[in-house]
Design a protein around this ligand. Structure first.
Ligand SMILES: [Zn+2]
Length: 127
């Protein structure tokens, strides 16, 4: 039998509305239910820590669960820090941004270091 889950604080947080659009929201797990633990060691039942939750409307919740939506811009620093504490920075980044494999930074990094204007950063270079 599945352990009871205490959703009270998570559901209260969801009442804030979707972080993206403000619509009525669901309590979306940022990293997944497997990080729900008893509130204190020795207690029975699992606690859905509100820091593990982001309020998302049903459509975005589904897209996030399908690894098709990047919630990083929606998270508070406290939520980001908790995710990093739980799984480390690389795994947290991949899950939260729905990125598979390497952070797809290489292309973006090249693009962002090439100055499209050609001269704006010239005075500060070379890096
Ligand atoms: Zn929404």
């Amino acid at each position: 039998m599945a352990l009871e889950r205490d959703w009270d604080e998570a559901h209260l947080k969801a009442l804030e509305g979707c972080r993206h659009c403000g619509a009525p929201a669901e309590a979306a797990h940022i990293l997944g239910r497997k990080y729900d633990k008893p509130r204190r060691p020795g207690l029975k039942g699992l606690w859905v820590n509100p820091l593990h939750i982001v309020p998302l409307c049903p459509g975005l919740h589904r897209r996030y669960d399908d690894h098709e939506y990047d919630i990083l811009p929606l998270l508070t620093f406290e939520e980001q820090a908790e995710a990093v504490r739980l799984v480390g920075i690389v795994a947290a980044y991949r899950r939260i941004t729905s990125t598979r494999g390497e952070p797809d930074g290489e292309e973006d990094l090249k693009a962002s270091t090439e100055d499209p204007a050609g001269s704006e950063w010239g005075a500060y270079g070379p890096f």
